[in-house]
Each structure stands twice: as C-alpha cells, then as structure tokens.
Design a protein. Structure first.
Length: 358
C-alpha cells in the first residue's frame, strides 16, 4: 500500500461456501443446551474460539449428545482454529444426526470440506500441521468418499458436486472429475460464475487441482460488493493487512507496485483490513492515498475463511477462484505469479464438454 506522491510515510495470504444451499429447518436445540449455546455464540463473536468450542461441547453434553445446532457451531469454530481433523469428526456426527437426505448431504459437504482442507494443509505443511504426503493422500481419499455419498443423498446439490469434482481432480481421476464439472455446469441452479468455472475445469481438469478459495463476501469502503463471484475472471492479489502492522508498512511499496504494474489488465488488488474500526481504515486510506479495492474485514470473518494466522498475509487467486499462492510477508515472487496467471492461455474453446451423467 502506498500513496501516489512521494512525501511522508508510505504504508506499504476453508469455512463453508456461501453458494451452499440453505440448510433445511432443524429442530431447535433442547432447552438444557440453550445457556451454553448463548455463551458459545458470545465467545465466537468476540473471536474467543477455544472458549466457544468448550461451550459448544458443554451444550452438546447438556443436550444428551444429540444436538445438531451444537455440532454445527462446534464444527464451524474448529474450522476457524484450523482443527480440520476434529472438524471432520464433528461433521460426521452431524451426518448421523441429520433427519433428511438434503440435511445429511449438507453435513457430508462440511465433512468433505474439512477433509479437503486437511489434505491441502498436510500436503504443504501449513500452520501447525506437519507436511505428510501419506496422511494427505488418506485425507483426500476420505474426502472423495464422503462427497460421493453426499452426492448420492442429494444429487441436486451443485456445490457438493463441484467439491466432489475437485477431489477427483486432486486424485487425478480426470475423466470422473470432468463428468462432475460438466454436470455442475449444466445444473439449472448453478450461478453464471460457477458455470464458467466448471466449464473451464472440464476443458482443463488440472486447473481444479489447486485449492479452492472460499466464497467470501466483502464491501468496499464506498459500499460496492467485493466477493469471489464479483471478481470472477480476474487475477486477484488479496492483501490481509492492518494499520497497526509494521511489516505491512514495510511491504507496502512492493504490493502497491504490483497493482501499478498490471493496472491495464484483468487484475485486482483486494486490500482487506483487520482493524477494529472502519473509520480508522477510511482515514488511513484517505491520508495515504492507497490504491486497490479497499475493504474492512469486520470481525476478521474473511481472514478466518482463508485461515490467516498472521499479518500481512498475501493470497493470489486465478480467474477461476482457486488459490495459486500464499505468503506471509513477501515470500517468493508474488509479482511473477500474477504475471504468469495473466499471460496463461485460456482453455481451448473447441474442447467438447462431456454430457452430464456420461
């Protein structure tokens, strides 16, 4: 982040996807669980995730071990804590509690999502998770199996089908993955953006082997939407930063320089501030004349979706909404990655799409 003149200080990268269909109505949690649930919600809102997890467990115990709402909250918090294995186990309990096929499929989506996140973390050795290719392969295999079951429970769930296709692509079962993407692209409920992504994946399944970005939603400081779908088709550099972050200031010239280098191309610098007050962000951006799409991450919800553990964190997305690079501070060649994605040839439009179900 930098300002355009040269005077003064120059401020210098997986939740549940929003496209997932709404959950069918569930029975309200038992009265005995309500106090602990309310406590858990307060902890979660204030980002006290370990305490929130304890309260959700207490609510579940008070409910006699049968409370979908308690399990749902616990799984959500476990994902925010990057406890992907625990989250998968909790989602598996949700599957057992589900009374309807569509509800069961949503729980299976969440289990598959957690296992898929575990696969990427173990593949890369991210955060507090050690790199272990063998365990990663097992997590991927488990994710594909549960997503396949979810698809059988609710064949019309496009989000689940898309995730299943990604798991198959990661397993290099390209023909099977292509069929899933083709079916997703042809589904009547698929958004235009998701249909385009699925079509690209059919034409080049290797694109789907990358980690999917979560379906985040933000608003710019002037009220315009900024989401995975509104930025579809563009290469995006997400800068998770804060006004109090000295390393963010150190990196500013480089990050803002990336935006200037690709100003006339389908590229967006998405600035996501972790500050506690939106006015602090507005004043800072105005004072330092910062470039890029400026947003405020209220409660750091989007940072949680991207499993941001420190600031600054940079994430590069390609036009199909997949994560192509992560960096904490300036690690690696961020500008080179952006340039590579911008100059990559598009999928061959002459490639025929396989018919859904083939």
């Amino acid at each position: 982040m930098k300002r355009k003149n040269s005077a003064g200080w120059l401020p210098t990268l997986v939740g549940i996807a929003a496209m997932v269909c709404a959950m069918p109505a569930m029975a309200q949690a038992p009265a005995a669980a309500q106090p602990a649930l309310a406590e858990a919600a307060k902890y979660e809102q204030s980002r006290g995730f370990p305490a929130a997890a304890d309260s959700y467990r207490a609510a579940l115990k008070a409910a006699g071990g049968h409370c979908y709402e308690c399990l749902e909250g616990l799984e959500r918090v476990q994902m925010k804590l990057d406890l992907f294995k625990d989250a998968a186990a909790t989602a598996a309990q949700m599957v057992k509690e589900a009374a309807e096929p569509a509800t069961k499929a949503q729980a299976e989506y969440r289990e598959g999502d957690a296992l898929f996140a575990l696969y990427f973390a173990q593949s890369e050795g991210r955060g507090g998770i050690d790199k272990d290719p063998k365990k990663a392969a097992l997590a991927l295999k488990s994710a594909e199996a549960v997503l396949q079951q979810g698809e059988a429970d609710d064949p019309g769930n496009e989000a689940l089908r898309m995730m299943h296709g990604r798991a198959l692509a990661a397993m290099k079962r390209d023909e099977d993955a292509g069929r899933e993407f083709a079916a997703c692209a042809a589904a009547p409920g698929a958004s235009a953006q998701e249909c385009t992504r699925a079509t690209h994946f059919v034409k080049d399944v290797s694109l789907a082997r990358n980690e999917p970005a979560p379906h985040f939603e933000l608003k710019t400081l002037d009220g315009k939407p900024a989401s995975l779908d509104t930025l579809a088709g563009k290469v995006v550099l997400i800068d998770f930063w804060a006004t109090w972050c000295s390393v963010c200031a150190r990196d500013s010239d480089y990050i803002q320089g990336v935006a200037e280098s690709f100003d006339d191309q389908p590229f967006v610098l998405l600035e996501v501030s972790a500050d506690d007050n939106i006015d602090t962000v507005r004043n800072f951006v105005k004072e330092h004349r910062l470039e890029g799409m400026q947003t405020w991450d209220d409660g750091r919800a989007v940072a949680d979706q991207f499993h941001v553990a420190g600031y600054p964190t940079y994430v590069v997305l390609d036009g199909d909404g997949t994560i192509r690079m992560r960096a904490v501070g300036i690690e690696g060649d961020i500008k080179g990655m952006v340039r590579k994605l911008l100059t990559a040839p598009p999928p061959d439009p002459r490639t025929p799409l396989p018919k859904a179900g083939q």
